[in-house]
Design a protein around this ligand. Structure first.
Ligand SMILES: Nc1nc(=O)c2c([nH]1)NC[C@@H]1CN(c3ccc(C(=O)N[C@@H](CCC(=O)O)C(=O)O)cc3)C=[N+]21
Length: 294
């Protein structure tokens, strides 16, 4: 069994990006600038956005954190998005999800200019991704592809079973794994809450991607010998012995599944850190495209 070390690979990617930033500086070019909009003060969202901003600092990007109160109206958020769309200093931005209930998420995602949509959540980018056109690929699925590629995990002709059909992970990764090229060329089954005989389907998988958010869902008995197991679950469970008062757990019973898997991602330290690295990669791409369009 080999661990797909997202922590290490994400650090490698950040180092690679830092080299590119240094070259930009030497050419006298403006460095990439990422903005993140955070509405409200959800604890987990604050943590993630904080990590994104810190990562920007580390690699030499500029970053802006826009904090808005949880009473923000849809109109106010749309006005902020318009401002960021028009601000030539900002190469890319994200609106951290989830949003408070008074705000319609779909309206917000549609308002982000596709060229600045480094989350890849706009239907234009999703559609371009599905059609194998150049696009911003959302960071979590992009991170999974990058991990598979860097560890030379064969995906061609393999049966990939995706568990969960969320718009930000399950659905896009099910499309990406079946696209032409490498990683890709996989035969994909997308499973969800209405899937019948899900255990029989998972048992046939060469690659299992679990994006469910149910701790310990995937047990050793459920997976085929030598399967590749990607754990996208991140659930906070309270833990008094941890200084933070919680720890994060994945969907996979790592201790037992790892004995059977050929490759497996840990939680923490697997897909999570890759998400941040690929967001930075998308921001670098946005900067380069922006530069070339001038
Ligand atoms: N507009 C938007 N874009 C996102 O990309 C987005 C979002 N909204 N909302 C929430 C999810 C979740 N997400 C994570 C990012 C990093 C870790 C991460 O670094 N996890 C660490 C541990 C972090 C911890 O200790 O909590 C790990 O798995 O090792 C996890 C989850 C991005 N998301």
């Amino acid at each position: 069994m080999e661990i797909l070390d997202g922590k290490k690979v994400s650090n490698d990617i950040k180092d690679e990006i830092a080299v590119e930033v240094q070259k930009m500086k030497e050419r006298g070019e403006k460095v990439p600038h990422l903005a993140a909009v955070l509405v409200g003060n959800d604890g987990a969202s604050l943590t993630y956005v904080g990590s994104k901003v810190r990562a920007c600092e580390r690699i030499g990007f500029e970053s802006t954190l826009v904090k808005m109160p949880d009473t923000t109206s849809e109109i106010e958020l749309l006005a902020k998005i318009k401002e960021l769309n028009e601000d030539d200093n900002i190469d890319g931005f994200i609106v951290q999800l989830p949003l408070p209930p008074q705000i319609d998420e779909q309206k917000i995602l549609l308002a982000v200019h596709p060229d600045k949509d480094v989350d890849g959540f706009h239907p234009m980018n999703f559609g371009r991704m599905a059609l194998e056109m150049p696009a911003f690929i959302s960071a979590t699925p992009f991170g999974i592809l990058e991990l598979l590629e860097r560890y030379n995990v064969e995906t061609k002709g393999k049966h990939t079973v995706v568990i969960g059909r969320s718009h930000i992970v399950g659905r896009p990764i099910s499309i990406l794994m079946g696209r032409k090229g490498s990683p890709g060329n996989s035969t994909v089954t997308l499973t969800h809450s209405h899937t019948q005989n899900i255990e029989q389907i998972i048992a046939q998988a060469d690659i299992v991607i679990s994006a469910l958010g149910v701790p310990n869902f995937l047990k050793a008995e459920m997976v085929k010998e030598n399967a590749v197991v990607i754990d996208v679950g991140i659930t906070r469970v309270s833990d008094e012995s941890n200084p933070k008062g919680y720890r994060i757990v994945g969907d996979v019973d790592f201790e037992n599944v790892s004995k059977k898997a050929s490759f497996i991602t840990p939680v923490p330290g697997g897909v999570g850190p890759m998400t941040i690295a690929m967001l930075l990669k998308n921001t670098l791409l946005a900067r380069e495209r922006h530069q070339n369009n001038k």
